[in-house]
Design a protein around this ligand. Structure first.
Ligand code: GDP
Ligand code: MN
Ligand code: MN
Length: 254
C-alpha cells in the first residue's frame, strides 16, 4: 500500500491564455493512472478570471452587508454576483455558488495575484478540469485524472484544507456501502470523499504562500476512473443538507 506525490517544478507565473496542459507536460512525465492536481488559482489565471473592483456598482444588499463585515460594498457586490444564495452575511460571506459549491466570499482571492487585482474561480471547474485533462491526454497518450482544488475552511474545525472544486475522470466519492468491516458487518453509510482527500494531500506540497507549486501529481493510488465525473456528485441536495437548512432558518428568522 503506497502512493507517491510530487510537485511539478519550475511552473512559471501563469498569465491569461497560457496552455496549462502544455506547461505541465513540458516539465514532467505523465503516466497512465496519474492524478494531476491543479490549484484553481492558476486555472483562473489561465482563463483570464482576474478582475478589479473599479466600476462595480454595489446594490442595496451589498451596502447593507458591508456594515457588518470588513469588506467594501464593491467587494461584496462581486461576491453576490457570483453566488446563487448567501447563507451567512457576517462577519464573512458564506455563499453557495452556481454549481453548488459552498465557500467563503465565492472563492474570490487576492493572494498570489498581482497588484490590486482579484481572482475568481473558474466558472465551471468540472469543464476546466475536463479541458485540461483531455489536452494532457492528447499530448501524452496517457489516461489520467484531474482534480482542480481550492483552499477552504470547514465547519466545526479550525484550519483550512485543500478541497476539490472540479474533477475529470475520477470518482470523487468512494462508496463503501455493502462492503464488510473487519468483523463481517456490512457498512451502511460510509462514502469516502476521495477527491477531497487527494486535494488535501496535494495541498501539503502546494502550500498557500510563495512556494510556486500549483501542480501536484499523485501516482500509484489506483483511484477509480470514471467518465463524465462531476464534483457536483459531492454536494448534498437541499433536502439532505441539515446545515444548510439550519443556516437558512437562522437567516430568514433575522
Ligand atoms: P488556491 O489554493 O487555488 O487558492 O492557490 P494558492 O494561492 O493557495 O496557491 C497554491 C500554490 O500555487 C502555492 O504554492 C502558490 O505559490 C502557487 N501559485 C499560485 N499562483 C502561481 C503561479 O502563477 N505560478 C506558480 N508557479 N505558482 C503559483
Ligand atoms: Mn483560493
Ligand atoms: Mn491554497
Amino acid at each position: 500500500m503506497r502512493f507517491e506525490a510530487f510537485a511539478v517544478e519550475n511552473i512559471p507565473l501563469i498569465k491569461k491564455g497560457d496552455d496549462l496542459a502544455q506547461i505541465i507536460c513540458e516539465r514532467t512525465d505523465v503516466l497512465d493512472g496519474d492524478v494531476i492536481i491543479i490549484a484553481s488559482t492558476i486555472v483562473g489565471k489561465a482563463e483570464g478570471r482576474t478582475f478589479s473592483l473599479e466600476g462595480i456598482v454595489p446594490g442595496a444588499e451589498a451596502v447593507e452587508f458591508s456594515k457588518n463585515t470588513r469588506f467594501t460594498p464593491g467587494f461584496i457586490q462581486a461576491v453576490l454576483e457570483r453566488s446563487r444564495e448567501c447563507l451567512i452575511s457576517s462577519p464573512v460571506l458564506l455563499v453557495e455558488m452556481k454549481n453548488g459549491h459552498i465557500c467563503i466570499n465565492a472563492g474570490i482571492d487576492e493572494s498570489n495575484v498581482e497588484g490590486e487585482m482579484l481572482l475568481e474561480l473558474p466558472a465551471d471547474p468540472d469543464a476546466s478540469a475536463e479541458y485540461i485533462g483531455k489536452r494532457i491526454e492528447s499530448y501524452t497518450g496517457a489516461q489520467i485524472s484531474v482534480i482542480i482544488t481550492d483552499t477552504n475552511g470547514r465547519a466545526f474545525k479550525r484550519g483550512q484544507t485543500g478541497v476539490a472544486v472540479g474533477v475529470y475522470r475520477i470518482h470523487p466519492l468512494k462508496d463503501w456501502r455493502g462492503q464488510k468491516d473487519l468483523f463481517g458487518k456490512e457498512l451502511k453509510i460510509t462514502e469516502e470523499a476521495v477527491a477531497d482527500e487527494i486535494a488535501g494531500a496535494a495541498n501539503l506540497l502546494m502550500g498557500e504562500g510563495n512556494g510556486g507549486y500549483p501542480v501536484v501529481i499523485i501516482r500509484g493510488l489506483r483511484s477509480r476512473s470514471k467518465d463524465n465525473a462531476s464534483v457536483t456528485e459531492m454536494y448534498r441536495s437541499d433536502e439532505e443538507d441539515l446545515i444548510k437548512k439550519s443556516l437558512r432558518y437562522l437567516r430568514d428568522r433575522g
